[in-house]
Design a protein around this ligand. Structure first.
Ligand SMILES: [Zn+2]
Length: 633
């Protein structure tokens, strides 16, 4: 047990990096803020829910059968990963609430089970151990063996860094498996890559926690071997697995989104730990592809249900958006690594966008129901009875990858707010919190994103240091004062910078003007041409049937894009703290025909008031149509 209190993705001192994460115990979220609310809900509802589901759905029973000497596997063959992600979430949570006995018990019992199930040589995978021992490491295209191993390693790293007593035995289990992978797939073994990336980023984290370089070298080797045709060809094609071209040569993000983004997280980890600027450059090039033409307004990615895949550039249909929750989380993780590596504000911007919209929207207010897919429109008449695109969040899924992924992210949310470098402290995300880093203390008070004012009480440090405050990309007007005195400053590289001695303490007030706005899409996005979306600050808004007058179908609503928008504040404790009110038109098509060959008649029209709610809060009332993009002729 080392209890470093480092968070996820903590580069070594020798790594290439522009920014350094803070230790988790240096930051505390105030439950009065939105992030604090989310984190508390995660601890009190989502995480216990996931722990319960592992038992109820038989996922843990698979591991018990292995430990007991055999039996038949039930469920999806990669379900071990859900145990590991829940373990990781529990471990991170214990860094904040070290006295949670229920979580300690879950960790202790599960780690004991894993140790009992693990084979002499370190192998651990309950599906192959029970059903197909003869196929160990024989079918890497679909086996998910290294994917599952990666999640086990990440759980062990989390437990180690958070200081949970179970961290020591869990690290032993993880390292025994990792050592087997080094023997099997390292320089003295066979060439191989996993069909589902994840092991790369995990191995780098294991290297960071242990200092054992063979883990880093194996991660590097697996990044370099990808795209060399090691995976057999199947009907999905090599681009689905990102095996169509080496990462260094790939021109655009392709295929299964979660695989692509987990791979890129690992690519950045390998690049910074090996000092490989060319590899980091490849990640930046692929970032341009992902965020230049393949990302929804909500930060969701993946426009095809088929193959859970990226579409062509600008192929972003709102109603058929796949936008898997895990992809949004992977985007957040990748952008965090890019931010640390480069300091570029665009990465913090995308973390904000995806967190407040696609990620936050995946969890119900109860914390116990979740979306797997996150569309930007739900039509009247939608068949929401199937898991693929339900009308409301479900408590669990046949493939339950998303809920435990949410749990592990929200348990570490405080770790992503701020960083340090040689000049001082950078604040990237705004919420109620207290940040301690070395001799600096910054107390943040705000009702962001409902209100535009952020107040920071800053102290500490005998020598002058620089407080850097991000001005989000959506913000075109800001005001800054220090102890009441206005500071005229334009953001440089996305940040306002105040350099002074803070020893006597000072109050910094940052106003990020957040008017309600209409947003339109790039003209190539045919699917939403003629539509506009409502936004305010980092939040995307949507119309939901529940807010329309009775008898008015959502599909008949048009937005009056020339009329002013109004911000309606309901108070921070209301279910919907701030709504946007717009003017619109109710249209009644002149003819009911699906297609008309004569010029369309104007039909009837009458004015209607439209109330839009934050996208992340949709689907918490009666199931019904929803849309982000509204026709605005
Ligand atoms: Zn998922």
């Amino acid at each position: 047990m080392t209890e470093s209190q480092l968070g996820p993705a903590s580069p070594t001192p020798a790594a290439l990096k522009a920014r350094q994460p803070l230790r988790l115990n240096g930051i505390r979220l105030d439950p009065a803020g939105l992030f604090g609310t989310w984190q508390r809900r995660n601890a009190e509802a989502t995480l216990p829910h996931c722990v319960g589901k592992l038992a109820d759905t038989g996922i843990l029973a698979n591991m018990r059968r292995v430990a007991a000497g055999g039996g038949t596997f039930h469920g999806l063959w990669f379900a071990d990963s859900d145990i590991y992600k829940t373990l990781e979430a529990a471990a991170w949570q214990l860094a904040s609430t070290p006295d949670d006995e229920a979580l300690h018990r879950f960790l202790d019992e599960t780690v004991e089970l894993l140790a009992a199930a693990q084979e002499e040589d370190g192998y651990l995978n309950s599906y192959f151990q029970t059903d197909h021992p003869e196929k160990r490491f024989q079918e890497l295209l679909w086996s998910h063996e290294l994917y599952c191993a990666g999640h086990l390693i990440q759980a062990a790293v989390a437990a180690d860094r958070s200081g949970a007593p179970a961290g020591t035995p869990l690290m032993v289990v993880a390292r025994r498996l990792a050592d087997l992978l080094v023997r099997r797939f390292g320089p003295d073994g066979t060439d191989g890559v996993c069909g589902h990336p994840e092991i790369e980023t995990a191995l780098v984290e294991l290297y960071r926690s242990t200092g054992h370089r063979p883990y880093l070298h194996l991660a590097q080797r697996m990044v370099d071997l990808r795209g060399k045709g090691l995976l057999p060809k199947d009907q999905l094609g090599p681009a689905y697995y990102q095996d169509h071209a080496p990462v260094r040569e790939a021109e655009e993000v392709t295929g299964h989104v979660v695989r692509q983004l987990y791979l890129l997280a690992g690519v950045v980890d390998v690049a910074v730990e090996t000092g490989d600027l060319a590899l980091l450059g490849a990640a930046e090039r692929l970032w341009d592809s992902a965020f230049g033409s393949k990302t929804y307004l909500t930060g969701a990615q993946g426009s095809r249900h088929r193959d859970e895949a990226f579409g062509d550039p600008y192929e972003l249909p709102p109603d058929r958006a796949y936008g898997e929750t895990c992809a949004a989380i992977a985007s957040f993780q990748w952008n965090w690594r890019m931010l640390l590596a480069t300091g570029g504000h665009r990465y913090a911007d995308e973390m904000e966008r995806v967190l407040y919209n696609a990620i936050a929207g995946a969890t119900a207010l109860s914390g116990r129901h979740f979306f797997y897919s996150n569309p930007l429109q739900l039509r009247a008449g939608h068949d929401g009875s199937i898991e693929d695109s339900p009308s409301q969040r479900l408590s669990w899924y046949h493939c339950p990858c998303c809920p435990p992924n949410l749990a592990r992210l929200f348990a570490t949310l405080h770790g992503y707010l701020a960083t340090t470098d040689g000049t001082g402290l950078q604040v990237h995300q705004y919420t109620n919190t207290t940040i301690h880093s070395g001799q600096y203390t910054v107390d943040v008070s705000t009702a962001y994103p409902w209100d535009e004012r952020v107040t920071l009480t800053v102290s500490g440090g005998a020598e002058p240091w620089t407080l850097a405050l991000r001005v989000p990309g959506w913000c075109t007007d800001h005001a800054l004062t220090v102890d009441g005195t206005p500071v005229e400053q334009a953001p440089v590289d996305g940040y306002l910078r105040l350099t002074r001695s803070w020893a006597g303490g000072a109050t910094v007030q940052l106003d990020l003007r957040m008017p309600a706005r209409l947003v339109t899409a790039h003209p190539y996005v045919d699917a939403v041409r003629g539509c506009a979306a409502l936004t305010r600050g980092p939040l995307v808004y949507c119309l939901e049937q529940a807010d329309l007058p009775a008898g008015l179908p959502l599909e008949d609503v048009r937005l009056d894009s020339g009329a002013p928008l109004r911000i309606q504040t309901h108070g921070p404790d209301a279910p919907i703290p701030v709504s946007l009110v717009a003017s619109g038109t109710r249209t009644r098509p002149g003819a009911p025909a699906l297609y008309r060959y004569d010029p369309a008649g104007a039909g009837e029209a009458e004015p209607v008031t439209l109330t839009a709610i934050p996208y992340f809060l949709w689907g918490n009332r009666a199931a019904g149509p929803m849309r982000v993009w509204i026709p605005a002729p």
